[in-house]
Design a protein around this ligand. Structure first.
Ligand SMILES: Cc1ncc(C[n+]2csc(CCOP(=O)(O)OP(=O)(O)O)c2C)c(N)n1
Ligand SMILES: [Mg+2]
Length: 577
């Protein structure tokens, strides 16, 4: 645990450590920069090249969270960042410590999550010599980060750390690596260095162009069947209120991507829930029938569009995004608006007019009645009913991390989302093992909140070692494993497209409850529907971390499903109740 800061002596102020960076070691400057940036939690794992930094952390008011694996640390920083909107921070040593961050960095990069990762590097005069625990970390991480820096001189350290935070949190956010040669942490600067960011070539966009905004509003006003298609960018830019106001004023139905869940309250009649491969039938039908599609902070991912050539075939498309590289990348759009979603939506609100859309909304209500999300509640416990119950028992108000697979889709479909930053999930990279550590990071950033990890057995087995971290940090995360003994999503594809030839998907698991007890957490195992509601209720009431191994129907499939290469309206609907 980090130490408490020594209380200030009011009568006779102690001579403070010099405030001049020239008197500090690089490691002390590093600590000072993190404090100035408002960092309160740093996740990570030590090693030779970062011992000087850890020596300073020993006395720092920063809370350092020692994880069991660097991948866990990176996902924790990610969960912290997604759930709070602040920059997450992680530190690892050179070589293997740094390479263990790679999956976490790529995960954050694909989902535009602001992270700063500090990695130790070998002594600067040894770089390139195949020194012990040397890896070309800036080279390895450049394609999977927003930016990466190598610091070899202590004079550059403070400024570079601040530049990293600036780049991570502004524009389209993303992960930034600062690779620091060990001598830059041990040495003191030769003269007083500036710590002001100096990035003349970096100019993130602000608000959008008024002409484009007016054109977009005019297209919406002229439309008979508009749909708002909302991605994670809306949550990142804190634009949910503006979006809700716009939808209400224009009577505009809203569908969201996986990362956009929570941008609208799903109980609002204007909500179509999620679209895409496992989206609702009514969202997909609406997109295919709409005459104006307004994409906000979304990137036309292939899991959303299905067959590109037939995606939203009748629509005039408007695309609001802060990243100009996202515009017309997959779908050529009619009206691009580049800039911050919140600023643009607030401006658009003035120009979008109230319209009677009862015919269109009536059609949508009809689809909702005909094709609701559903499942048959027979036989074994169904994974969908576990998610539904969790939604009810937590008043749809918990922060929910997930792994990747069937359970992730059921969480998305059945929890009942109502607010931003509620779902913490790996959308772009689809990283198995994300849920457990991300939930821990989210709990650290939201001490009073109920935080769940709705996980799959395969995912949980990958990173459940971090339950030990939750125990040590005394974090009351509820890990709910939808345990179907299968790598279920892969099994589903083999079931539907490979004649049930189940190759390498049977995934017999340990008794997760027993393992959890071994880790010092509470463990529970639920096999019977009769025990389900009480069991979950008890788990939620438990004050510490708890792992609930829920044995669910092994061969349940996720529906609706748009098979690869099919259009959105060519869904397999399955047995919708
Ligand atoms: C690191 C990683 N490896 C492999 C995959 C491919 N994959 C996606 S879902 C999945 C199965 C997940 O199994 P489980 O955790 O049991 O969840 P379920 O689908 O059964 O709910 C696999 C192997 C992935 N997404 N990430
Ligand atoms: Mg499974």
């Amino acid at each position: 645990m980090a130490k408490e800061q020594a209380p200030a002596n009011e009568s006779a102020p102690p001579s403070p450590p010099s405030e001049r960076y020239v008197d500090m070691t690089g490691a002390q400057i590093f600590n000072e920069m993190l404090l100035q940036e408002g960092v309160d939690v740093l996740f990570g794992f030590p090693g030779g090249a970062v011992i000087p930094i850890f020596d300073v952390l020993y006395d720092s008011p920063l809370r350092f969270v020692l994880t069991r694996h660097e991948q866990g640390a990176c996902h924790m920083a990610d969960g912290y960042a997604r759930s709070t909107g602040k920059v997450g921070t992680v530190i690892a040593t050179s070589g293997p410590g740094a390479t263990n961050l790679v999956t976490g960095l790529a995960t954050a990069n694909m989902d535009s999550v602001p992270l700063v990762a500090f990695t130790g590097q070998v002594r600067s005069n040894l770089i390139g010599n195949d020194a012990f625990q040397e890896a070309d970390v800036t080279g390895i991480t450049r394609p999977i980060t927003k930016h990466s820096f190598l610091v070899t001189a202590v004079e550059d350290l403070g400024r570079t750390v601040r530049e990293a935070f600036h780049i991570a949190r502004t524009g389209r956010p993303g992960p930034v690596v600062v690779d620091i040669a060990v001598d830059a942490t041990v040495n003191r600067p030769t003269s007083e260095p500036s710590t002001e960011p100096d990035l003349p070539g970096y100019k993130p966009r602000g608000g959008g162009h008024i002409r484009q905004i007016k054109a977009a509003a005019a297209a919406i006003n002229a439309a008979e069947r508009p749909v708002l298609y909302v991605g994670g960018g809306v949550l990142i830019s804190e634009a949910a209120d503006a979006l809700r106001a716009l939808a209400a004023k224009g009577r505009l139905p809203v569908t969201t991507t996986l990362l956009g869940l929570g941008a609208v309250d799903e109980t609002d009649p204007l909500s179509l829930k999620m679209l895409g491969m496992h989206g609702t039938a009514y969202a997909n039908y609406a997109v295919q029938a709409c005459d104006c599609l307004v994409a906000v902070g979304a990137r036309f991912d292939d899991r959303v569009t299905g067959k590109l050539e037939t995606f939203a075939p009748h629509a005039k498309t408007i695309h609001i995004d802060i990243d100009p590289a996202s515009i017309s990348k997959n779908v050529v759009v009619d009206i691009p608006v580049v800039g911050d979603a919140k600023v643009i939506l607030e401006m658009m609100l003035e120009h979008v007019e109230p319209r009677d859309r009862s015919a269109w909304l009536g059609q949508i209500a009809d689809w909702k009645r005909k094709y609701p999300l559903g499942y048959a509640k027979d036989g074994h416990i169904k994974p969908q009913e576990v998610v539904e119950l969790l939604g009810k028992l937590t008043d749809h108000d918990a922060i929910v991390a997930t792994g990747v697979g069937q359970h992730q889709m059921w969480a998305a479909q059945f929890y009942g989302w109502k607010k931003p930053r509620q779902i913490i999930t790996s959308g772009g990279l689809g990283t198995m093992g994300f849920g457990c550590p991300a939930a821990i990071g989210a709990q650290l950033g939201n001490p009073g909140a109920t935080v769940l990890d709705i996980d799959g057995d395969g995912n949980f087995a990958m990173t459940m070692v971090e339950v030990i971290t939750a125990v040590q940090q005394n974090l009351p995360v509820k890990f709910i494993v939808l345990d179907n003994d299968y790598l279920g999503m892969v099994r589903q594809w083999q079931d539907m497209f490979y004649q049930k030839r189940y190759s390498a998907v049977a995934h017999p698991c340990p008794n997760f409850a027993a393992v959890a007890e071994g880790f010092g957490a509470r463990g529970m195992r639920i096999e019977d529907r009769a025990e389900l509601a009480d069991g979950l209720h008890e788990a939620l009431r438990h004050e510490g971390p708890v792992v609930v191994d829920v044995r669910v129907e092994p061969e349940e499939n996720v529906y609706p499903m748009v098979a690869t290469g099919k259009s959105l309206d060519e869904m397999e609907l399955g047995k919708l109740a």
